[in-house]
Design a protein around this ligand. Structure first.
Ligand code: ZN
Length: 372
């Protein structure tokens, strides 16, 4: 980044990725890292530029101070396996870095290790290895023929229905983690504001903030995985072959949210849950469609097509029907996918399932389905 900006400042030239690589090859004398690790870092820089530019209007900030650490990446060309050690190549003339693999991974072959990253864990304040591994496990071929719709929401993270049966994955714990995150962060920040910036005490609080955020993120991620696992398990149980997820841009029924609920929604990590559901479903051979527009799906009555704004979770309509609003949303998403219009799929009364960090998922699911 520094090199790139130096060229720009001195010569007014904004180097693109291949030119930067060429320039770097010419000016760099001795390097410690493997050539492909350097390439990966450069690629990541240009990707970051692109992302920052794209998200500029949404408040993405550019780096304004020197970074002292970035994740180092080894591509498969720089990875070898010897015995139960993994060897990571450095530049010519340097001994490779070696570390021992845990027994569960040492049985794998060398070519199964696709990528290794050296990342810093802010929570534990330690470096750790992240491995990308080709397991060789083929995605299953689903036998399911049903189609189900999912509504991802603010209060209940996921509601699913196939028109016959339905379930709501409810998770107060995730909501409280989000709220606690904002509250605690505000507390720590205001405490930090009383200290002199960059002072020793200021940094002590900064480290506390980093640790807290990392821990909170890990807790939320655990729940998000459990929620998406529950969604996919329900799909398998109900012979679902195609899963329809509403388009996330229109969470508030087509209109743009105000600032506060935008924050709520972004905290709610729809994006993560979507991604988790998508990859878990695909591994089970379920086709995922996420191109259905979500507009008005939770405002329109599933039975008569009247439109109104429901208050609370229960949608009760002039036509006399009453149902759970989130299931109505899922049913309408499904209806739009299957028939191109709303109000063609029923909204059955849902089961509730509550993933919890303290309970193992399989135990909780067994109690829900009553199976071994
Ligand atoms: Zn109605």
């Amino acid at each position: 980044m520094i090199e790139h900006y130096r060229v720009y400042r001195k010569h007014g030239v904004w180097l693109n990725s291949p030119r930067m690589q060429k320039y770097h090859d010419r000016i760099s004398q001795e390097s410690f890292l493997h050539a492909h690790s350097i390439d990966a870092a450069q690629e990541a820089f240009y990707k970051a530029c692109k992302t920052a530019k794209a998200n500029r209007d949404d408040g993405a900030s550019y780096p304004h101070k020197k970074k002292f650490y970035r994740t180092t990446i080894w591509k498969n060309t720089g990875i070898r396996k010897r015995g139960n050690h993994l060897l990571l190549a450095l530049a010519r003339g340097n001994e490779p870095i070696a570390f021992r693999l845990p027994s569960s991974l040492s049985v794998l072959e060398g070519k199964q290790f696709l990528e290794v990253r050296l990342a810093y864990n802010k929570n534990h304040r330690k470096y750790e290895w992240h491995l990308v591994i080709e397991t060789g496990i083929e995605p299953r071929i689903s036998t399911g023929t049903n189609v189900a719709g999912v509504d991802l929401g603010e209060i209940h993270p996921a509601a699913i229905t196939d028109g016959q049966q339905s379930i709501i994955i409810s998770c107060r714990e995730l909501r409280s983690l989000n709220q606690y995150r904002n509250k605690r962060l505000a507390e720590l920040k205001s405490l930090q504001a009383t200290k002199k910036k960059q002072s020793r005490r200021w940094w002590i609080i900064q480290r506390r903030i980093n640790r807290f955020l990392a821990k909170n993120k890990a807790q939320r991620r655990d729940l998000e995985h459990k929620i998406s696992r529950a969604v996919v398990d329900w799909c398998i149980l109900h012979q679902v072959g195609t899963l329809v997820i509403g388009d996330v841009c229109d969470v508030a029924d087509g209109k743009r949210l105000n600032r506060k609920s935008r924050q709520k929604v972004s905290n709610w990590s729809h994006g993560q849950i979507r991604k988790y559901i998508a990859y878990k479903a695909e591994a089970e051979g379920i086709v995922v469609n996420d191109e259905v527009n979500e507009a008005y799906t939770s405002q329109t009555c599933v039975y008569c097509g009247r439109k109104r704004k429901p208050k609370g979770r229960i949608y009760s309509c002039e036509c006399g029907q009453t149902y759970h609003r989130d299931i109505g949303g899922a049913a309408n998403i499904l209806s739009r996918f299957c028939y191109g219009e709303l109000s063609k799929v029923d909204a059955p009364y849902p089961f509730f399932f509550r993933p919890h960090s303290k309970v193992s998922q399989s135990v909780a699911l067994r109690s829900l389905y009553g199976t071994e």
